[in-house]
Design a protein around this ligand. Structure first.
Ligand SMILES: [Ca+2]
Length: 262
């Protein structure tokens, strides 16, 4: 059949309607938009975990988080079993909730109030940052993230020294026995060190954010750090519901097309 003149909207007698117009272009757009909107809603619902916001001094494990230490950089992870709601204070303006073990200490915590205060005579800790100090015999204080599901994750982390005499510690991000990234944490509130990593984790797989003594002992090694983990939207595996919804939308397009052909 030879192509005829396309309908212009004014002279429609004997003309050929454009295909998309013929199946109801607005209906097509509506079906596609609905499918994409519903599919994207599952991506937007991907969870984000903020270690400071989520911190608990009563639960360990605490959801996706655990507080503990490694006996060495590649040593086994040991979960802390003792939490202190009130830590040592010297200036009287700081309370800290923290997990630690009597030996090697290796504490992980956060201040209970707002603003900044001193923990001990020289460690300044502020709301919004977690606090850690390495163990006394080379142990690493560890914040552990355990993947709640098999997915791609983005790890955002930053460390800074918070001892006014100048911290000399080091951080490492580990996936089991694999060091993903490490670096020195030195000085007092010098520019943050850290970064962003993208990883694929199986459900139950752990990432450790570890703080060590920098190789020169654990004196004055108080450090502040931030960790936020989020499921990556780009690499996220579509949820079955999303696939179903997209399929439903495409089915709707197909149904419109078939209806027109009859
Ligand atoms: Ca040190």
């Amino acid at each position: 059949m030879p192509l005829g003149r396309l309908c212009s909207g004014r002279r429609n007698r004997g003309c050929v309607r454009p295909y998309l117009k013929s199946v109801g272009f607005s209906m097509l757009l509506r079906a596609l938009a609905t499918s994409l909107l519903l599919a994207s809603s599952s991506v937007l619902s991907a969870q984000t975990f903020d270690a400071w916001n989520d911190f608990s001094a009563s639960n360990n494990p605490n959801g996706v988080w655990q507080y503990g230490f490694r006996t060495s950089l590649l040593g086994p992870f040991v979960r802390h079993t003792f939490a202190s709601g009130l830590g040592p204070t010297s200036s009287g303006n700081t309370t800290i909730a923290q997990w630690f073990s009597v030996n090697p200490f290796a504490n992980v915590g956060r201040i209970a109030g707002s603003g900044c205060g001193f923990l001990g005579p020289t460690a300044q800790v502020c709301a919004g940052e977690l606090y850690a100090h390495p163990g006394l015999s080379g142990e690493y204080a560890v914040l552990r993230f355990v993947a709640p599901s098999s997915a791609d994750y983005t790890l955002q982390f930053a460390y800074r020294g918070v001892d006014i005499r100048g911290t000399t510690s080091d951080y490492a991000v580990l996936d089991g026995g694999l060091v993903l990234q490490q670096g020195a944490v030195v000085g007092f509130r010098a520019p943050d060190v850290g970064g962003t990593l993208h990883v694929t984790l199986l459900a139950g797989e752990a990432i450790d954010f570890a703080l060590g003594d920098g190789g020169n002992g654990a004196g004055d090694d108080s450090s502040g750090f931030d960790v936020v983990v989020s499921e990556s939207s780009l690499g996220a595996v579509p949820e079955p519901a999303s696939v179903l919804l997209v399929g439903t939308g495409l089915f709707g397009v197909g149904a419109l097309t078939r209806k027109r052909k009859r």
